[in-house]
Design a protein around this ligand. Structure first.
Ligand SMILES: [Zn+2]
Length: 343
């Protein structure tokens, strides 16, 4: 098959590789769309340590089942599917507790951090176990289905935030995950939705997708301005989708006493943490990792047209041109949102 292979750091080659071999509980999927994730772009130069070459990246994908393993019963050739980015073991304590995103020995599609190498979906075919598959509704396109992973990451954060209708919510970082958080907060009936980002274009996107107010982090008296639109208290919940010291500190500054800060972004390994503010404001800090079954809800929201994802797709291009699109994303050329590659 043809695949886009990270042969060494900063070197993506479109070339022939052997077809994946499936295990009895796996299916072989003919990939029809695979989105480039920010983590793939960051992984390109080796800076994250999670894409050790050689590797076929890609974990935001959809396609058609081509072959089923001997132990696969619920799926058949021709089924339109997408799949979780996490391949998790079924015989694990966390999985049995209903927290498979935290399971020991889980692997991520298209990632090779050292302990394992799991080829992903920038290829004609990929192999995945049957228990991570989701059926794509007829009215949802393959390109839309390739956006489900990113939206599900955002939904997981909203789900574990404890957000209730009319809660005032702030979102720091209006990149792709931040925008999906904003879209979902609007769908779920948040009160005020406040977006913070240092790029005006992203703030405009936040507004277009449901934010009531937007601010740059450098804005004078930011905390006071946000209090003035949230009953003099601050946001009930802060969603942090950038992941560095500055934005985490802003998220803590603008949440009300007794509020919740949900940490989604994890760009920096270590940050300066505002210990005294968190303690004296009695803030709940909640990490949010990946996805825990949110695919079904996102697919339903796509099917009933409540959630729109097309506006987040900038380009649909052939996989053979993948290297040049990766290059543009790496150099942040042209304000690209999601780039989807088609084998
Ligand atoms: Zn991703």
């Amino acid at each position: 098959m043809k695949a886009l292979v990270l042969e060494e750091y900063n070197k993506l080659i479109y070339k022939d590789v052997p077809d994946p071999v499936i295990l009895p509980d796996e299916v072989l999927i003919r990939i029809r769309a695979c989105g480039i994730c920010g983590s793939d772009v960051h992984g390109l130069d080796g800076s994250t340590g999670r894409r050790i070459p050689p590797l076929i990246m890609g974990h935001e994908a959809s396609g058609i089942i081509e072959v089923t393993g001997s132990a696969v019963t619920k799926w058949k050739k021709g089924d339109r599917v997408t799949f979780d980015s996490t391949v998790y073991p079924l015989d694990d304590w966390y999985t049995r507790e209903g927290r498979y995103n935290l399971s020991d020995n889980r692997e991520v599609m298209g990632v090779s951090p050292g302990e394992y190498r799991r080829n992903g979906a920038f290829a004609e075919f990929t192999a995945v176990p049957q228990h991570i598959l989701y059926k794509i509704p007829d009215s949802v396109t393959f390109e839309q289905a390739a956006m489900v992973e990113a939206a599900a990451v955002a939904l997981h954060a909203v789900n574990i935030s404890g957000m209730k209708a009319a809660d005032n919510c702030a979102v720091t970082g209006a990149g792709s995950i931040g925008i999906f958080v904003i879209k979902l907060l609007a769908i779920f009936g948040a009160g005020k939705i406040i977006a913070i980002d240092n790029i005006p274009l992203k703030l405009k996107a936040a507004k277009d997708n449901g934010a009531d107010s937007t601010f740059e982090p450098s804005e004078m008296n930011l905390e006071e301005k946000i209090k003035s639109i949230t009953n003099s208290r601050g946001a009930d919940i802060s969603f942090e989708a950038a992941g560095n010291s500055e934005t985490v500190n802003i998220a803590v500054d603008i949440v009300r006493k007794g509020g919740t800060v949900v940490l989604i972004g994890n760009t920096a390994k270590v940050i300066e943490f505002p210990l005294q503010k968190v303690v004296t404001k009695e803030i709940r800090v909640q990490g949010s990792c990946a996805i825990r079954g949110e695919y079904d809800v996102i697919l339903k929201l796509l099917e009933n047209k409540k959630l729109k994802v097309d506006d987040q797709i900038s380009v649909v291009a052939p996989l053979s041109e993948g290297a040049s699109w990766f290059g543009k994303l790496y150099l942040k050329e042209g304000n690209l949102k999601k780039v989807i590659l088609i084998p």
